[in-house]
Design a binder for this molecule. Structure first.
Ligand code: TEU
Ligand code: CA
Length: 543
């Protein structure tokens, strides 16, 4: 497998509006990020993934863009972005930005033109369809709305949106659209950014005919449709291959089989991808399922394509709450999950705040929630007659706002995130969980992450090593190796609130060197064949 910088990198995701507010308006901003770059550098991350900061009415926190060449006022301005790129590079890091080109804002001038009249030259830049028997053209649902079709009275047609009505989908069949997007991409790459995280990139090609779905709630009809690979290969030819960058596609509904079509090294499409077999499809921890997913992806991509590892982002509940234990074993389980993400094959991602073990929230009132997906869903169900209290309760655990609360910097008011009033409530546990305290505590989650990351830098086995699961069928224990040439690492994890006995594989019977552990004291006189793991204990050995 070819060695590249983006395989060896650790990516740190900055959801800037919740990162750090520099001017007291309650919203994080790029100036705030600039002032905290040293923190990210100190952690050891190599690449920053910056969520969208383009001009936008901000209905979906920047994923509804009205000007791809402009910067959202809340975030900063073009000079700040340029300074950010320079500063990140000066610190020896790289920066990738979101590319959101499946849809635009309904306020984008292209859409304003498109909706103006049926004969407007931009009409075909979006997807317009006649009504069918006086109703929507098909029975599909959209991510954020009951239907992906919104009626436009003026021209008597529906337009299509995979997400909210304020996010109309572009028509990628139109070559003018594609050319325009490539121009935008070159503009940002020429400014010096180091790549793109490509928002729902497998949704660009739509199903021919828009036929009714057997199960409208299974949204997979939205993605992986014929034509998608031609678009991505064209994008690669026209833009990507001319730069030394990294591209990571956000690819819902993808399986290891079709994943290779996107990231196969001989395919000339993308470098790596986010699949959602864990984050979207595994609501709570399920060890057997997780192992199965990892195994299939490893075997599917081995030697041919590259994976990404993450357990949360700005769309998913914080990992320690969802997949760990955010009570008694918060620090231990946060470290255990970090160990997993950083020792599984693929490029690891850290979502801001994860490195201090931030937890999810549960707001008391729907008015405290900001996320359009949550609010739309709530309204839909309540309007349908369901009990508002129950609806809120059902939606809370997986609300995207769970992970969007401000980064907790210290124990001062608003967790030191802003001197004003934060755009979304701060998690009340900031007095206990905050960066300041983490930096002062030698065995904190932050310090553990720092060690994990530096191990990766110093040891290629963690990046390029073969993976083998030695714990098939075990529901609480995970024992696996990574090996490269003569080097073998053994990772042992106990994902449980109980103590468990681990029978070690024969290769690990003698001569183990402990590289990292998430408990301070590790008994020295352990048996060669087995040892005891405490709740959420994780260790990495060289054997
Ligand atoms: O997310 C796509 C999306 O629908 C996710 O909510 C979903 O959980 C998963 O990632 C894919 O199945 C992207 C952005 O990350 C999200 O913030 C945007 O709201 C959305 O696209 C629309 O642009
Ligand atoms: Ca601000």
């Amino acid at each position: 497998m070819k060695k590249t910088w983006w395989k060896e990198a650790v990516v740190y995701q900055v959801y800037w509006r919740s990162f750090y507010d520099s001017n007291g308006d309650g919203i994080g901003d790029l100036e705030g990020l600039l002032s905290k770059l040293h923190y990210i550098k100190d952690l050891g991350a190599d690449v920053i993934w910056l969520n969208p900061m383009y001009q936008s009415p901000d209905k979906d926190n920047g994923y509804d863009i009205s000007d791809y060449y402009g910067v959202m006022e809340k975030a900063g301005d073009m000079q700040t972005v340029e300074r950010l790129i320079t500063e990140v590079h000066n610190l020896g890091m790289k920066i990738i930005m979101d590319l959101v080109v499946n849809h635009t804002s309904d306020q984008h001038p292209w859409f304003l033109e498109s909706r103006a009249s049926e004969d407007n030259p931009k009409r075909d830049w979006y997807i317009w369809k006649d009504a069918k028997d006086g109703k929507e053209p098909n029975n599909w649902r959209s991510y954020f709305a009951p239907s992906p079709w919104t009626w436009e009275e003026k021209t008597g047609q529906y337009y299509f949106h995979s997400f909210a009505a304020e996010q109309p989908d572009l028509n990628w069949e139109n070559p003018e659209v594609r050319e325009e997007i490539y121009k935008i991409m070159r503009f940002w790459l020429d400014k010096g950014i180091d790549g793109f995280r490509m928002d729902v990139i497998n949704l660009l090609a739509k199903q021919k005919g828009f036929r009714d779905a057997a199960d409208p709630y299974d949204l997979s009809y939205l993605g992986n449709n014929p034509g998608i690979h031609e678009y991505l290969q064209e994008m690669n030819r026209e833009v990507l291959k001319h730069y030394d960058i990294m591209t990571v596609g956000e690819i819902p509904f993808v399986t290891p089989e079709d994943g290779l079509l996107y990231v196969g090294e001989d395919r000339n499409e993308l470098h790596t991808l986010f699949h959602f077999q864990v984050a979207d499809d595994m609501p709570s921890w399920d060890m057997l399922r997780y192992k199965e997913i990892q195994k299939k992806w490893y075997e599917g991509l081995k030697g041919k394509g590259w994976n990404s590892q993450f357990l949360n982002n700005h769309d998913h509940t914080r990992q320690v709450t969802r997949y760990g234990n955010d009570g008694e074993y918060r620090a231990e389980s946060a470290k255990l999950l970090g160990t997993l993400v950083h020792t599984m094959p693929g490029t690891p991602y850290i979502f801001q705040g994860e490195e201090i073990g931030m937890t999810g929230v549960c707001f008391e009132d729907i008015s405290d929630y900001r996320d359009i997906a949550m609010k739309n869903k709530y309204n839909e169900l309540v309007e349908r007659g369901e009990d508002p209290v129950q609806v809120l309760k059902d939606l809370q655990p997986l609300s995207r706002d769970n992970s969007r609360t401000p980064v907790q910097w210290d124990d001062s008011e608003n967790a030191g995130f802003t001197s004003g009033s934060p755009w979304i409530k701060v998690n009340p546990n900031y007095k206990e969980i905050n960066v300041k305290r983490e930096l002062e505590t030698p065995d904190s989650v932050f310090c553990y992450y720092k060690k994990l990351i530096s191990l990766r830098k110093e040891n290629e086995v963690m990046v390029y090593g073969d993976y083998e699961d030695l714990s098939d069928g075990q529901e609480e224990l995970y024992i696996y190796t990574r090996s490269l040439w003569e080097v073998t690492w053994l990772i042992v994890l106990n994902h449980s609130e109980r103590t468990n006995e681990v029978k070690l594989p024969e290769i690990a019977h003698d001569g183990k060197e402990l590289l990292l552990a998430n408990y301070v004291e590790v008994p020295e006189e352990e048996l060669a064949q087995k040892f005891i793991l405490r709740p959420f204990e994780a260790r990495i050995y060289k054997i």
